[in-house]
Design a protein around this ligand. Sequence first.
Ligand code: 13P
Length: 251
Amino acid sequence: MRKPIVAGNWKMNKTVEEALLLVEGIKRELAECREVDVVLCPPFTAIKAVSDAISGTHIDLGAQNMHWESSGAFTGEISPPMLRELFCHYVILGHSERRQHFHETDEVVNRKTHAALAANMRPIVCVGETLDQREADQTHAVVETQVRQSLAGLETRQLIETIVAYEPVWAIGTGRTATPEQAQEVHALIRSVLREMSDEAVSDSVRIQYGGSVKASNARELFGQPDIDGGLIGGASLDAASFAAIVKSGM
Ligand code: 13P
């Protein structure tokens, strides 16, 4: 039985002061939540404050990106040990906004995935097709390639720690959610690719999140699909009540 996992990707939002206000609201609703793994992914500047604020709760911390090297001459980058030091246990990798605006390739995502696991962090590896690709009937091919290349070379125990997030690019921030059937179809495909890459026991235990315009009003139906194990939430994670309602939809 896979435990659902709902993560809030705050993207480039929230100053430290705003982050702490949001966390207080989320704590009121979810500090004791045990049925769903709850992860907050603030911007780097708010990670320390959020880490302190959630200490002692069941809420966990994630970053939105990181470099694959531990240290060195990489101006502007943040390394796995730097995040671990702040009790960051998860990291979002290969988000479509990073692929699109910062030219991250599957090869880069793969390096980062290995680095996260080597640092004892759980990677949340994002995949998903653009609208053009969907309309050209390329969804399966695109997603399969992203999964195979981003997760290449992982050992069984590492695959089990990895979370895959299916985020159709056309559904991100657009209000245009994939239907539960559309999402389930791709989630099932991802699970079958994982089975081919490893075995059935592994593919049955890897959690696959859906992301893209998830709201309190559509979360329950999405999370109710057999291969959807929670969500990666953007806009609706910036409000404590709506994020909490989404998390509770996974219970
Ligand atoms: P929205 O929930 O705002 O569509 O964003 C989804 C997302 O990109 C989460 O990583």
